[in-house]
Design a protein around this ligand. Structure first.
Ligand code: UDP
Length: 241
């Protein structure tokens, strides 16, 4: 199926189930892959940050993480089948991933990656956790630590665009990693630090409102997602700004 283009960024029109199948195929492939989960704010950032836009344009899979992308696709006469949230993708993937593919959890606040990994290990006893580390993106020991753990799947939670710029720069130095995925706040959700929005809010595309109520300091990001993104889509549609 053709990729959807929004503000010059390609998005994969996959269902949640297709996304898991695709990531598993990438895990079995020879080449290394970068999986991203673009949302409204990331596409706004891409209009101002050409280096980030180019990372989004060359990543191997861009899963539509927000309802806003579905509305924008419809407005520009394109079709995205459903929202594929990063946190759901990670949970579903790790439920069925083979123990041949060890997983490394990198990023988030001190101890959160470890808590997320432990919670997932309890739910999925077959899961092979290669390691966890809540390091800073500039920590010079990161590459060495990850290489010593030999993961196939690397989940990186430094927030966007940092996490995806980091993956783009360092994936080639991590030879055992077949798939690296920027996962944003996923570890915070999995560790139970932040609560997901109720299902009815998610289905109405109101997860942003829930997160604003939980974390009012996100107001600037939510402004970009809820106001700036629709204005840019009305003005530029599928084309880059
Ligand atoms: N984070 C980090 N280092 C940083 C910036 C952010 O580890 O320099 C972590 C933060 O603790 C959180 C995650 O990145 O666990 C994602 O943060 P954000 O709220 O930006 O992601 P979103 O929820 O929007 O996907």
């Amino acid at each position: 199926m053709n990729r959807v283009l929004l503000l010059g960024v390609p998005i994969d029109p996959l269902t949640r189930i297709d996304a898991i199948v695709r990531i598993k195929n990438l895990l079995g492939a020879e080449r290394q892959s970068h999986v991203m989960t673009p949302n409204n704010e990331m596409l706004v950032e891409a209009t101002k940050n050409p280096a980030f836009r180019s990372v989004l344009q060359k990543s191997h899979l861009n899963l539509p993480d927000s309802m806003g992308l579905l509305f924008a696709a419809r407005w520009t006469h394109q079709t995205l089948q459903e929202r594929v949230p990063g946190v759901d993708t990670v949970e579903a993937l790790l439920k069925t991933i083979s123990s041949e593919h060890p997983v490394y959890f990198l990023g988030a606040a001190e101890g959160v990656a470890q808590q997320a990994a432990s919670a997932l290990q309890v739910k999925n006893p077959h899961l092979k956790i290669a390691g966890t580390f809540s390091g800073h993106p500039n920590d010079s020991t990161l590459i060495e630590r990850i290489n010593a753990a030999k993961p196939h799947l690397l989940l990186v939670a430094f927030g966007a665009p940092k996490q995806d710029m980091w993956i783009d720069q360092h994936l080639k130095n991590l030879p055992t990693v077949r798939v690296a995925m920027g996962v944003g706040g996923t570890f915070d959700f999995l560790a139970g630090k932040i609560k997901r929005a109720p299902a009815f809010m998610r289905s109405l595309g109101l997860e942003w409102l829930w997160r604003l109520l939980q974390e009012p300091r996100r107001i600037g990001r939510i402004w970009r997602a809820v106001i700036v993104f629709p204005v840019l889509i009305l003005r530029f549609g599928s084309k880059a700004r």
